[in-house]
Design a protein around this ligand. Structure first.
Ligand code: PEP
Ligand code: MN
Length: 362
């Protein structure tokens, strides 16, 4: 008996509608809301040369009561898109029933969302249902938590079921770190996946990483610079009135301009590696600034409390105690005491300045 394929052996995805070597672009609304909105958006995207249309039919909502997708009827709208434009159609599946309905409707590309990918039971059910369906392409979004093994495990379950038209989508992670983005990109994780599965198609979803439409272009450029194989971008004919993910969707026209401005470079591994490391530095700096801003806001709250209780702004004993504790912690983390001292002094100085400033303004 030969052993099953592993995600490591997966070959690149080819689509007749994508120029060979060119980035794979999948675009379409977060959700198919009405037949009109679905077709209107698809027609515009088709006219600008996009060959693969995405739209959510069943939407995983954090809390009940939000728009949960139009359900099975939306599959007919996707079929209409395919009939009229010839685009390939893609939707998210999260349960066995979704897979059955999507296969019956002739959906070309199924994707497994971040919440489902994180659940091995759900992944196994989906994989079992897909057994024997070699014609379908399956994309696996990364799990919500930054766990490469879980991501690879989800793909392994699909490989075990004989699915070889397989690809991955990086959509960022839910982490505790406050970030300018909706989801923390943690670029090293898809990069590790690339190392593990060198030929697998890995796409980037800048819409769900950024969470705001102005981040779609810069994140797409980073993704292309890091040699992702393509992009999945949310596009809606009327984003401001979208029923889900309104802030991050762009109109087809905006998408056209974004795509026209993106530069596809012929990168080498060295460029790739360097841009990854630089990206990690940028990510750390964003985090540092966000943490500093949070610290200052706590300082201002303390300032208010001191003022209300007639306490002095600077309390030398507390200051010395804090510095000493930080020097020990810094030392344990491999930071020199001179450096820790300088950084903590600068932070403390700014805290005091902000507290005094507050005093003046009141
Ligand atoms: C989506 O693509 O609309 C979606 C819900 O994605 P994710 O699973 O990445 O949140
Ligand atoms: Mn969405």
């Amino acid at each position: 008996m030969h052993s099953p394929m592993t995600p490591r052996d997966i070959a690149p995805l080819c689509f007749p509608c994508v120029k060979s070597g060119g980035p794979i672009i999948i675009a379409g609304p977060c959700s198919a809301e009405t037949e009109w909105q679905t077709l209107e958006t698809a027609r515009a995207l088709h006219t600008m040369g996009i060959g693969i249309f995405r739209a959510g039919v069943w939407k995983p909502r954090t809390r009940p009561g939000g728009f949960e997708g139009a359900g099975n009827q939306a599959l007919e709208w996707l079929q209409a898109v395919k009939r009229e434009t010839g685009m390939l159609i893609a939707t998210e599946v999260a349960t066995v029933d979704h897979v059955t309905a999507a296969l019956d409707a002739g959906i070309d590309i199924l994707w497994v969302g971040a919440r489902t990918c994180a659940n091995p039971f759900a992944m196994q059910d989906i994989a079992d249902r897909l057994q024997g369906h070699h014609e379908v392409t399956v994309l696996v979004k990364n799990p919500l938590n930054p766990d490469l093994d879980l991501w690879i495990g989800a793909m392994q379950r699909l490989c075990n079921a004989g699915i070889t038209r397989l690809g991955a989508v990086h959509r960022g992670f839910s982490t505790a770190a406050h970030h300018i983005y909706r989801n923390d990109p943690q670029w090293h994780i898809p990069f590790e996946l690339r190392r593990y599965a060198p030929n697998m198609t890995i796409l980037c979803d800048p819409s769900h990483i950024g969470g705001q439409r102005e981040y779609v272009e810069p994140l797409s450029q980073i993704a292309l610079d890091m040699t992702f194989d393509g992009l999945m971008i949310e596009s809606h004919c009327d984003p401001d009135n979208a029923l889900s993910d309104s802030a991050q969707q762009v109109t087809p026209d905006q998408l056209r301009s974004i795509l026209n401005r993106l530069v596809v470079r012929s990168g080498t591994n060295a460029d790739d590696e360097l841009s990854l490391m630089r990206q990690q530095i940028d990510d750390c700096d964003h985090e540092l600034l966000a943490v500093l801003a949070r610290r200052m806001s706590v300082s201002r709250k303390i300032g208010q409390f001191k003022k209300n209780n007639n306490l002095r702004v600077v309390q030398p004993a507390r200051y010395q105690e804090m510095i000493n504790a930080r020097l020990v912690e810094g030392g344990e983390l491999g930071l020199s005491s001179e450096f820790t001292q300088r950084v903590m002094e600068a932070i403390h100085e700014e805290s005091v300045r902000q507290q005094l400033e507050m005093d003046k303004n009141q």
